[in-house]
Design a protein. Structure first.
Length: 109
């Protein structure tokens, strides 16, 4: 379960790294065009930058949607586990409270 979230995060991070590499590559291409063409290339550069901006927005939106969906799935799984084993869930919560209380209580001594 935690591994699923880690895998999803890893996939999203890899997607962002790939997008950054693509972004850097496109910037280098634009710089090359500007050196070759000079002032006449401004319009083409603006179009390229707008395309890149739209691609980045789309990639980030897709990554966010994927991560959000994955987190929703994990939350649904946890809720289902609590529904299937309510006493276990309450027991774990009580133990967590006891341990936290013991840790906080030691600081007062």
């Amino acid at each position: 379960m935690i591994n699923k979230a880690k895998e999803s995060r890893s996939t999203t991070e890899e997607s962002i790294r790939q997008t950054r590499r693509d972004f850097d590559k496109r910037i280098d291409e634009i710089r090359g065009e500007l050196r070759e063409r000079g002032p006449d290339a401004v319009e083409k550069v603006e179009r390229s930058l707008n395309e890149l901006k739209n691609e980045l927005k789309s990639d980030l939106r897709d990554g966010y949607d994927e991560m959000h969906g994955s987190l929703d799935d994990e939350l649904d799984n946890r809720r289902e586990q609590v529904r299937e084993h309510p006493l276990l869930a309450v027991g774990i919560a009580v133990m967590g409270g006891v341990i936290l209380g013991m840790l906080l209580g030691k600081n007062k001594d």
